[in-house]
Ligand binder design. Structure first.
Ligand code: EPU
Length: 338
């Protein structure tokens, strides 16, 4: 039976640990329970917010509406051929449990995405990515319900309009859809992607064989070294996106700053490393009262304890301003302000 709670604390449900409350809160475990919420007459016109693992959100105050926190669980094999396996996972499955399940079975495609906080339902929204891989390369279909009319939908990979940390769910369907399940197409004969950063180096140094299990282990080691554990130092991973700029602009900057990291994007655009830009502005490791910039990765903002969201938004705005002044580049927030 679904219960709708009132004045519900969201402190444990966002990895920044911001102490705010939702006027209403529900954690549906099935599509029927989602429909129950959507059809509830006492909630007509009440603003809705869909919360996943809370690892990419900054609550800027109490939420005067209903927070829907899908808890649809389960991982199921739905199809298989000689080379591939199709799995369906509930939106409420913890992402890294899904990754470890695939890795244990030697199914390739998501091992580079090991140890990313959050739930399966957020993977297509954000098109989560790390170490040369994005979720879009394994997502086959996304199932959900339109909030407006309770109608179910199924979008194939192309219809999800995936981009860098972007999808249709952050654009046309923003605030309009709730994801219930995601199907993934994984490789029974994994193709290893080890070219990014120091993945190759970590693998050769510590492991005799390249396989999905060892790639997962190597990536967990790298992430633990660079990224703070939200359980100990509340944070939301990369606070900013890497800026995509015209190739010409990037090349001009590169002439001025020879050691600036630069990544290919498409023919006309290049991707800059926001972490590098922010570090150059002197922010890395800086702490201001309850908030700060991580000492090993300048893209990550931290709540050192008891921070108000406004301290984080002020820090983020100051960082954006200084990057703009020094490099004429806008760094956009990757984290959603609610
Ligand atoms: N760099 C710096 N200073 C910093 C951080 C980075 O100079 O403080 C430089 C690095 O030396 C490197 C380049 O910037 O040359 C890129 O750094 P890194 O490989 O650490 O990756 P990133 O671009 O900073 C992105 C993702 C991360 C993901 C890593 C690894 C975004 C916004 N972030 O960070 O994702 O783990 O690549 O693939 O795209 C997340 O989204 O929450 C997240 C952590």
């Amino acid at each position: 039976m679904l219960t709708i709670q009132t004045n519900y604390s969201l402190k444990q449900l966002n990895t920044f640990n911001i102490d705010v409350k939702a006027k209403y809160y529900a954690a549906p475990t099935s599509e029927d329970e989602i429909l129950e919420i959507l059809n509830d007459e006492s909630l007509v016109g009440v603003p809705r917010f869909i919360l996943g693992g809370g690892s990419n959100v900054l609550f800027t105050g109490d939420f005067d509406g209903i927070v829907i926190h899908p808890q649809i669980k389960g991982i199921e094999k739905i199809d298989e051929d000689e080379n591939h396996i199709w799995l369906c996972a509930g939106a409420g499955v913890v992402w890294d449990i899904f990754v470890s399940y695939c890795v244990k079975n030697n199914w390739g495609g998501v091992e580079n995405l090991s140890f990313i906080p959050g739930n399966v339902g957020a993977a297509p929204v954000q098109n989560i990515g790390a170490y040369g891989v994005e979720a879009k390369s394994t997502i086959d279909e996304v199932y959900g319900i339109y909030l407006e009319n309770g109608e179910p939908f199924c979008l194939n990979n192309a219809e999800c309009e995936f981009g860098y940390r972007d999808s249709v769910f952050k654009e046309e369907l923003k605030g309009k859809a709730i994801i219930t399940e995601v199907t993934f197409k994984l490789n029974k004969k994994p193709v290893y992607i080890t070219h990014y950063g120091n993945v190759e180096e970590e693998l050769t140094k510590n492991y005799s064989k390249v396989n999905v299990q060892n790639i997962r282990k190597a990536i967990i080691t790298i992430r633990e070294r660079k990224l703070p554990d939200p359980g100990k130092l509340p944070n939301a991973g990369s606070f900013f996106k890497n800026p995509i700029v015209p190739v010409e602009f990037a090349e001009n900057l590169k002439q001025k700053y020879e050691n600036m990291p630069l990544f290919a994007s498409d023919k006309k655009h290049a991707k800059l490393a926001a972490g590098w830009l922010i570090e150059q502005c002197g922010w890395k490791g800086k702490r201001i009262a309850n908030v700060g910039v991580h000492e090993h990765q300048a893209l990550v903002l931290i709540n050192y304890g008891g921070a108000e969201a406004s301290e984080l938004t002020k820090l983020a705005a100051d960082i954006q301003q200084s990057v703009k002044e020094k490099f004429y580049v806008e760094v956009e927030s990757e984290v959603n302000y609610v």
